[in-house]
Design a protein. Sequence first.
Length: 99
Amino acid sequence: MTTDKHWVEWQANQFSASLLMPENTIWYSLLAIQQKNGIRNKGTIFIDNQYDNQRAFLLTISELADYFNVAKINIEYRLSELGIIKYGNNIPKHWTKFL
């Protein structure tokens, strides 16, 4: 059940994420990081049971978090919200499960 307090909290989180990590800047930074690191599938991050995809996921999340000076989980949530992260079957939707 969602209360007014939950709704206000969600709106505040959405606003702060959009302010700190604007969509256009996220896309530009993501493409630059993927290009620099030789990651395929530009503009999308696949996370599944394959080692290379997990490595690329963690590398990209880490570099974006450093660039935007936010926590890795904030980057993951923002990328998920924008539809950039594609999760495979049986994959938890939190990056910390892979460390």
